[in-house]
Design a protein around this ligand. Sequence first.
Ligand code: ADP
Ligand code: MG
Length: 460
Amino acid sequence: MPQSAVKVFLRTRPSDVYSPEQLQVNQDTKTFTIVQAARSSGLPSDKAGPSQQYQFKFDGILHNASQEDVFEVCATDVLSSALEGYNSTIMCYGQTGAGKTHTMAGSRASYAARGLIPRVISALLARLGAAPGLAAWSVSVSYLEIYNEALYDLLDLTAQPQELALYEDGRGRVQVSGLRQVAVASEAEALALFFEGESNRVIGEHQLNKQSSRSHSIFMLSITTTPEGGDGRSLASKLCLVDLAGSERVSKTRSEGLVLKEAGHINRSLALLEQVVRAASERGRDHVPYRSSKLTHVLKDSLGGNCATVLIANVWGEPAQLDETLSTCRFAARMARLVCEVASNVVQEGGARVRELQREVQELKEELAMMQLMAGWQQQQQQQQQEGSNSSRERPYDDTQRQKLQQAVLAWLQLPDDADSSGSTLSQLPLSSVRQLRELLLAVKVGAAVDGKNWNACPC
Ligand code: ADP
Ligand code: MG
């Protein structure tokens, strides 16, 4: 299975008090240096020590970057791999106010300020509409929110959180049961659903969380494409766009009451996210605690599983936010060590899959019959040895029986090759006993000697 390292980009939020001395973007636009002045107790006797320097290398730094740049750098490859059947995720991580929602959803202030989700929707549907050689495609949209460890459907506010549950299907893929998945045929339909989910998130802000930054949101696009003239197989992928809750520490926000409870959940789920990322990036580690929180469970594939993942670490480049910027960079550097095992998801068209399963069942039935036959034969042998006699079942065939069997074998050999590939024509030579199996082999051997022309085709 091909491996793909998680790609990590750092995005700085523009600020009038951005401090280029403390937050240095190196010329390679990949290396970020944080210079932290030494802390002093303020006492005249306490001399400040030397400042600390921390250096981080990312796949790219988006400093003063436009929304268009962010889409080009972070999403175009992801979109291509989603169309090739690879699961893909883009997620934004960082403290509240650092620009996660601005990056993911964007602002409605202007068309140019739209974020990754509307841009991905437009580009995806434009590419599908213009893609040559596609017999069919389908896209469906879901919008999930995780707030205080409960799941909410942003496309269906009537759904109660207890109605949404996480489970792993037969192939180990995490699914959300009860989550509305709406099929869309156009960019306008998909955008309408995105805006509906966004306004539901705002309603939720009043009812539940004071700021949407206190919840994690996951916008999901499920894509299926079927090539023209293929064998009925399709490519299926899931593209997740994740806006994580703010990663600031409770002590800093001096939270109380409900806000403190929320912060507790956020901190816990982000701490568990860090734990999962750390465990998944350790080589040879066989247990990764994905089920420890709803967030890590939902994102299981995106964190070292079958998924091409991009992390955008949003930082607020002001001196007062240096500690949070440092902790965001540390998390991002850990994410960069994650390697995902990616594989294109091929799904078979219903009819072809049913035929394949029927063939498998038939083969298993034949194998079972053969095992029973062998077991019976062994029993018979033991019995014969005890009785010292030959049973009638073990008596060789007479000439008429042999001739009949040879004719049946010859007729089967003359069937066209392609009819054999399914194994279905073998049912014309049913196996009924070990004696018959022996006679069948003899018939093939004798026939080969008698009629070279026809029997040369024998695949034995
Ligand atoms: P977060 O989701 O991380 O809490 P937001 O995305 O809501 O933060 O950003 C906080 C404020 O800063 C918003 O008003 C947003 O429009 C503004 N903002 C964030 N990043 C940028 C940016 N790159 N350019 C312009 N404005 C930004
Ligand atoms: Mg936000």
